[in-house]
Design a protein around this ligand. Structure first.
Ligand code: ADP
Ligand code: MG
Length: 239
């Protein structure tokens, strides 16, 4: 059974007199444990689509199922609980809290959302810091580490709650090419090791090749679906 199922999903933004059709009749299914990318130019609807799947926004029309649950019928509170237990988020601007250390940033969702006891919390935080190669930097503040390192911390923070899926909206847009590839490679490694579904968006055609399945958006429509045979062979290529 598919983890995510979108049926005839549309999203129209009303802006006074005008309305903007950000998404139009989107149909797609995403299987569990896959590494998926949405690609398309700025304004094509990538963020809107990720926001729908992440229960941050609702479609104007159509149905979205995650794990066979219609998430578009959730109240705000139900959506928040669902996000906290099922979805990890990674952002273009990292969104680390500047007053917290690397360690505390990764620990934060466990305190805020899941109320996990202290000793288990520590075990989990250290496990994920180690997985993303940031153990040595755990007492530093975000201002003391590089962009690539910040995004590694954000990957750990997204995974620490053991979500079913991680959504990353243009996670490499603020990184140089080398760091961008390292972050995508890290996400892919986590997807393989932890069997978490990863969905990221990008407008960078080089980065997108790292995905297993690529959906192309154009003016709010899904115009192509491509499966990349054995994407593992292409790591770092064309850098
Ligand atoms: P992308 O992430 O691919 O750049 P978006 O999903 O952000 O695309 O935007 C798709 C379209 O919807 C664009 O035309 C954008 O201007 C419009 N849009 C996005 N968010 C809003 C909003 N909150 N209100 C009005 N229009 C919006
Ligand atoms: Mg966007």
């Amino acid at each position: 059974m598919a983890l995510i199922k979108l049926k005839q999903v549309s999203r129209i933004y009303e802006m006074g007199e005008t309305s903007i059709q950000a998404l139009m009749d989107i149909n797609l299914e995403i299987e569990q444990q896959t590494f998926v990318s949405f690609v398309g130019p700025s304004g094509s609807g990538k963020t809107t689509l990720l926001n729908m799947i992440g229960c941050l926004d609702k479609p104007t029309d159509g149905d979205i199922k995650v794990n066979n649950v219609s998430v578009n019928t959730f109240s705000r509170r139900e959506a928040a609980i669902f996000r906290g237990t099922n979805i990890g988020f990674i952002f273009q601007n990292f969104n680390l809290l500047p007053v917290l250390t690397v360690y505390e940033n990764v620990e934060y969702p466990l305190i805020m959302v899941q109320n996990i006891p202290q000793n288990e919390r520590q075990e989990r935080v250290l496990k994920y810091l180690n997985a993303v190669g940031m153990t040595d930097q755990k007492d530093k503040y975000p201002s003391q580490i590089s962009g690539g390192q910040k995004q590694r911390v954000a990957v750990a923070r997204a995974l620490v709650t053991d979500p079913k899926m991680v959504l990353a909206d243009e996670p490499t847009a603020n990184l140089d090419h080398k760091s961008a590839f390292m972050v995508i490679e890290l996400m892919r490694q986590m997807q393989r090791d932890l069997k978490t579904t990863f969905i990221f968006s990008t407008h960078d055609p080089k980065i997108v090749k790292e995905a297993e399945i690529i959906y192309t958006l154009e003016d709010g429509r899904l115009v192509n679906r491509e499966e990349i045979p054995n994407p593992n062979n292409q790591a770092g290529e064309g850098n």
